[in-house]
Structures are given as structure tokens and as C-alpha cells.
Design a protein. Structure first.
Lengths: 297, 297
């Protein structure tokens, strides 16, 4: 199988899109029409009712966004919050997305000692079938080896270098020896972890998560990591717009993909149209804004 | 509900045990008799066969260890590695352990931005019903708030302060401002996160994971964190013994619980007896060794 970053950026070129649609189903935010429909059905319990509504949301959304987004990013937490029935839905959503030609980045942020990380890698790459996985760097190299090894089979890894939340500064911005902020040290490690999985377009299969809410740090990371693909969360509901994330792209407009979750899934809240049209319009608008911000417009 | 640390250390006193049995089911390590039995049964696929064998292992083991261990620690990775059927088994195992009077520490090592962490907290505390959860500190305070809030309802949190794997030094041991190793800074934060959830025995419901494979750092952490319960992994298969973990206990022999997983589950490899007797003997031997190492013997 081709290198993950080649596959990712070939999809960017083919679809003229750097959009990743985050799949964060949350019951209270669902379009009321979906909640009412499923609450009127005969489920065994609330978790199964929510799973039915999420399935309805996502299986309707995926075909509509498949031509405009390069990837989807299911957020495991929202599936786990429904227990086993939610976990089953996660697996079904991965299958459906892959069949529609969408890449799948499982946003699981897993990290553990090596033997346990091996089980997580199997879970998300082989059993669920995701193309890429977000991972937490806290354990260091030996905890990441099982994920890194999968890059040889065409899989991708995104290391949490600098996250989009305000408190990320408490640990990630601490200065370590030499006066470097810790996230920069993790960025250097991420580049090292990716050295052996570079694709034909010059990018590694080991990427970095770098929050769009920190525009300056994002641009610094793009400079410091010329071979590392960036996955940029924080667009939309968390506050980042096209200007904030522009620094994530390289001179050719490659090198990054940008995620939006709630702004797309729950676009009905700011549109007068049907929820599915609203979500689709939001993806198309985001696609155009990013394409332009990356200098391709 | 009582404070988590009070419940934990009351169980230690009642059972005269500081043992946590790690539930890390791995197909290749299962007693051959279990594999043969389930491979002869008519399952739909390999994942369901493995889940059947794991269920057999764990549902036989739990009643045998319930009087000798204070808690079990299901390692989520090994359940996720079987997909939805594995996740369902995780939930069943939590239920079974609770019914047997065992506390449950879900070893999920989750961490994310606040809104997502809320979903993880709901998943493991409310839906699965675990008593405590291991969490990753990388996101800082706002990513931990949903977990910390659950301490008011009797739940516990264990922050990954210093993990048991060799590469943990790459990030956790980096020196930050003032020359402090990062894990010590995270230890200080952990103490702060726990200030508002201290129980009657003097310990907080916010604990720290501190690897038994780093004996000196473990003793330092016990000194630096007088109100923080320690969850010590790394005993047994990872190399730590009673001497290495002795420093984790306070002067009364409280303050810590110690986990062993593979050494217990797969004790048949080093015993001549049946796998269940071997596992039970191993728990009893560990219980005695720890009780003595903690100065209670």
C-alpha cells in the first residue's frame, strides 16, 4: 500500500480540499428532527436510542461530504460514551467512510507501554480498519513503536505535539533544557519518528497534531517540520478560521489538513435549511476558504 | 458515596492486601486448555472466539481473586483489540468485578480537550461503571476537569506521572524551569488537582501512576506527594519486586496499591498446577510479599 502521506495529499489534489470532517456525535446537539424521530422508536434503552440517532446522522452525512472532504475523523470518546453499542457504531462508520473513498483518521489519542500500544494499534488499524490514528507522546519512543511500524503497511500516525485547548500550555509550553518549549522537543522527536516513512511527495507517514487556535506556534511548527504532515484541529467551533490555519500549509498548499467537527455536524443551528444541506454547505464553504488560505484559490 | 481513596484504603485494611490484578487478556498467552476449548467451539469469527476465551479466563479468575485483591485493572487496549465484542466484554467484566466486591480501575489512559474528556468520563465512570480511571496529563487542567469533577461522586482518577516503560525518560524526565524533572512538575500538578477531594484517611481521590520499575523515583514521589495515592504498575512481568515498590507505601503501609497483570493471569507458565490455581497462588504470594514490604507483615 502507498505511503500514508502520499495517499493523503493525493486525495487533497484530487478533491481540491484540505477538509477533515470530525465525527463528534453528541446527543444534545443533534438536529431536533433526528432526536424526535428516534425517541419515537422502540429502543431497549437510551444508549441504543442515541446510537440509532448517531447512525442516522452519520450515514446520511458521509455520502454528502465524501466528494468535498479528504478524510473523516471519528472521535472515539463520543462512541465510547454509548458503551459497546457505540463502539460497534464506530466500526460501522469507519467501514462506510472507507467505502465512500474517504480516508479515516481515528481520533483516539491512545498511548501506553509498548505491549499495550501493540493492542491499541491492532484495535484501530487492523480490526477497525482506520488509515491513521492520533497518539499521545507521553510514553516516549517505545510506546509508539507499534504505531510507527504500521506506517510500512500504509498507515499514518499523528502525534499530539501542541493541542488546541487553553491548558495545553501548562505542560506542552514548559521550557526544557536549552530554553525550548516542550512541544518543540516533541516536534523534533516526531520528525525523528517519521524519518523512515517518507513518501514520494516528501512528507512522512508520521504527522503532528497542532492546534489551529495557536496560529503563531502552528506557523513555527510548519517551518521546523518540513517533512511532517500537520493535522490541525480547532477550526470552527473552537475559534480558528482560515487566517489562523494558513501558516500550516507549505508553499505548494500541501502539508496540512484541517479538521472541523461541531461547526459542520451541527451547522443547522446557523442555517435556515435542512440539517443535511446546512452541513454540506458548511463543508463546501470550509473547503473553499482553506483552498484560498493555502494559496491555491 | 464515600471518597474514592477512603474506599480504596478501607478495602486494603479489610482484605489485608494492596494487590491490584491487571486484566490484560492476550490470546497467545492464554492457558492452552482455554484456547483449545474455544477453538473447538462454533464462533462466527476469530474475534468472537478470542472474546469467548477471555470471558472464560476472567469470569473464572475473578471469584478466585476477589478476597485477595482490592481491585482489578482492566486494560482497555486488550478489549478494544477485539472490536465491539471486546468492548462489550469489558463492560461485563466491570459488572462482574463490582458484584464480587472488587473495585475497578479502568486502565484507559484517556486524555483530550475538555468537551471530549467529558465524553470519556461518561463512558468509563457512568456507562461502564468503573470506580477509577487512569488519565494522561498531556492536555493540562482543562482536559482533566471532567474526570476530577467525578471525584465528588466517589470516583477516582490516577494521573500518569511516571510510567514504567524505559522510554518514559525521553519526555517525563526532561528538566523544566528550576531544574525539576517534568514528572515532578506533573506530580505537583496532580497534588493540586487533588486538593479538593481529600478523604478522611488523608488521601485524595486524585492519585498518581508511578512505575514500580523506577524504585528511587517512586520513593521520591511518595515523599513529595503525602496526600496522593499511588498506583504502581510494573510488578512481576515488567521486573519490579517487593523491594522496588516498598518505597511507595507510607509509614502505616497505606498510600499505594500495586498492579501485576501477566505474572498473575499467565502464572500457569511457571507453576505445575492448573492455570486457575496457579493464578490464585500468585495473587496470594504477591499479597503476602507486599504486606510485608509495606511494614505490615
Amino acid at each position: 500500500m502507498d505511503n500514508f502521506s502520499d495517499r493523503l495529499f493525493e486525495a487533497v489534489e484530487a478533491k481540491r480540499s484540505q477538509v477533515v470532517v470530525g465525527l463528534d456525535p453528541a446527543y444534545d446537539l443533534l438536529p431536533p428532527v433526528l432526536r424526535e424521530k428516534h425517541e419515537a422508536l422502540d429502543y431497549r434503552n437510551e444508549l441504543e436510542c442515541a446510537a440509532g440517532a448517531y447512525r442516522d446522522l452519520l450515514f446520511n452525512l458521509l455520502p454528502r461530504v465524501a466528494e468535498h472532504a479528504v478524510a473523516v475523523k471519528p472521535q472515539l470518546a463520543y462512541f465510547e460514551a454509548l458503551g459497546a453499542v457505540g463502539y460497534e457504531l464506530y466500526e460501522q462508520v469507519v467501514d462506510a467512510a472507507l467505502q465512500l473513498g474517504l480516508m479515516v483518521i481515528a481520533d483516539a489519542k491512545r498511548g501506553d507501554i509498548g505491549s499495550t500500544a501493540e493492542a491499541y494499534a491492532r484495535a484501530h488499524f487492523e480490526v477497525a480498519g482506520a488509515d491513521a490514528l492520533t497518539v499521545n507522546p507521553w510514553f516516549g519512543t517505545d510506546g509508539l513503536v507499534p504505531f510507527l511500524e504500521r506506517t510500512r503497511g500504509g498507515k499514518g500516525v499523528f502525534v499530539l505535539v501542541k493541542t488546541s485547548n487553553p491548558s495545553s500550555k501548562e505542560i506542552q509550553d514548559l521550557h526544557v533544557a536549552g530554553g525550548t518549549p516542550l512541544y518543540m522537543r516533541v516536534a523534533e522527536l516526531t520528525a525523528e519518528w517519521g524519518e523512515r516513512s517518507r513518501g514520494e511527495l516528501g512528507y512522512s507517514a508520521v504527522g503532528a497534531v497542532a492546534g489551529g487556535t495557536h496560529a503563531q506556534q502552528l506557523a513555527e511548527l510548519r517551518q521546523a517540520l518540513p517533512h511532517t504532515p500537520l493535522l490541525v484541529p480547532g477550526y470552527g467551533a473552537q475559534g480558528a478560521g482560515p487566517e489562523e490555519v494558513a501558516g500550516a500549509f507549505d508553499a505548494e498548499g500541501l502539508g496540512a489538513v484541517v479538521n472541523s467537527s461541531r461547526r459542520i455536524l451541527y451547522a443547522y443551528r446557523e442555517h435556515d435549511t435542512d440539517w443535511l444541506d446546512a452541513a454540506t454547505e458548511e463543508v463546501i464553504a470550509m473547503k473553499r476558504a482553506l483552498w484560498s488560505a493555502s494559496g491555491r484559490g
